[in-house]
Write a protein that binds this ligand. Structure first.
Ligand code: NGD
Length: 262
C-alpha cells in the first residue's frame, strides 16, 4: 500500500508567515503588557495568542472575515486618551520615530493589537494546523485577505475610539500625500466620530533632502480638507510640523531647515 500523501499547502505569490510567528506574538504581548505599559494585564496573553491563532489557522487565507478577528479584538479593551491619536499614511517610519521620541502619542502600533502584529506576515492553510510558512497571498491577491482584514478591523476600532483633536502625518514628497483608497483614507477617516472628534490636524512632512513644496495648499490635501469639513470636523494643515522635522534632523543635522530659529 502506498502511504497517504500529506496534502499540499496552497501556493500564493507573497512571502510566507514570519518564522516563529506565535513565539513573537506571545513575546510581544508580554513585552507590551508587562514592560511597556504595565497596567493592561499580562495574564490575558495566552488567551490573546489563542484568539489570534483561531482567527486564521486552518482557513483559506483569502476567505477571512472581520468576524474572525472579533474574539481577539474583544479580549483587548484599550483606550487612547483624547488628543493623543496619531494616524499616518505612507509615513510609517517617521510617524513611529516621532511617537517614540514624543512619548505621549499613540499610533495604532503603539496600542497592543497594532504592536503585536506590526511588520509580521501570517496566514493559514485549510489542510494544516500550522501557519503557512511557504507562501501567503499578497495584499492585492484577494479581498478577504488574512492580513488586510486584520488591519482594517483594528484601524477602524482605533479611529472609532479617537476623541478631541486627532493628528495625521502624511508624506508630502509624494505627488498625492492623501489617497482615498489608503487605509487612512478609506477606513480611519470615515470611522472618526464627529461627536467626539472636533479637529483633524494634518502634518505634511517632506523628505529633508527633497524640494520644499507647499502641499497643504495642493489638490490632494484640499480633497482631504473637503471630506473632513463635510463630516463636520475642523481641518488644519501644517507643512513640515517642526517637532517631526527635528526628528528628521537627527540624521541631517547640517540641513538649513535644521538650523535653530531662535
Ligand atoms: O499591498 C500591500 C500593502 N499595502 C499596505 N500595506 C501593505 N503590505 C503589503 N505587504 N502589501 C501595509 O500597510 C504596509 O505595512 C504599510 O506600511 C501599511 C500602511 O500602508 P500605507 O502607508 O499605504 O498607509 P495606509 O493609510 O494604508 O495605512 C496606514 C494607517 C495608519 O493610520 C495605521 O493606523 O492605517 C493603519 N494601518 C493600516 C494598515 C497597516 C497600519 C498598518 C501597519 N502597521 O502595517
Amino acid at each position: 500500500r502506498s502511504p497517504t500523501p500529506t496534502p499540499e499547502a496552497l501556493a500564493w505569490n507573497g512571502t510566507g508567515s514570519t518564522r516563529n510567528l506565535f513565539a513573537i506574538v506571545l513575546g510581544r504581548c508580554y513585552t507590551y503588557t508587562q514592560l511597556l505599559r504595565p497596567g493592561l494585564g499580562s495574564e490575558a496573553c495566552p488567551k490573546i495568542l489563542d484568539a489570534f491563532k483561531s482567527a486564521f489557522i486552518s482557513k483559506n487565507p483569502c476567505d477571512i472575515m472581520k468576524e474572525d478577528y472579533q474574539p481577539l479584538v474583544d479580549l483587548v479593551n484599550q483606550t487612547v486618551p483624547c488628543n493623543k491619536s496619531l494616524f499616518w499614511s505612507k509615513s510609517k517610519e517617521l510617524a513611529h520615530q516621532y511617537s517614540w521620541v514624543q512619548g505621549g502619542m499613540f499610533t495604532l502600533e503603539d496600542t497592543l493589537l497594532g504592536y503585536l502584529a506590526d511588520d509580521l506576515t501570517w496566514c493559514g492553510d485549510p489542510s494544516s494546523v500550522e501557519p503557512n510558512y511557504q507562501s501567503c497571498p499578497r495584499w492585492n491577491e484577494c479581498l478577504n485577505h488574512t492580513g488586510s482584514v486584520f488591519w482594517k478591523v483594528i484601524s477602524q476600532k482605533f479611529a472609532e475610539s479617537a476623541c478631541g483633536v486627532v493628528q495625521v502625518m502624511l508624506n508630502g514628497s509624494l505627488s498625492k500625500p492623501f489617497h482615498k483608497s489608503s487605509t487612512f483614507g478609506s477606513v480611519e477617516l470615515f470611522s472618526l466620530d464627529p461627536r467626539k472628534v472636533h479637529t483633524l490636524q494634518a502634518w505634511v512632512m517632506h523628505d529633508i533632502r527633497g524640494n520644499y513644496s507647499d502641499s497643504c495648499s495642493g489638490p490632494s490635501i484640499r480633497e482631504l480638507e473637503s471630506i473632513v469639513n463635510k463630516r463636520n470636523i475642523t481641518f488644519t494643515c501644517q507643512n513640515n510640523y517642526r517637532p517631526a522635522r527635528l526628528v528628521q534632523c537627527v540624521k541631517n543635522i547640517e540641513h538649513s531647515s535644521c538650523a535653530s530659529k531662535i
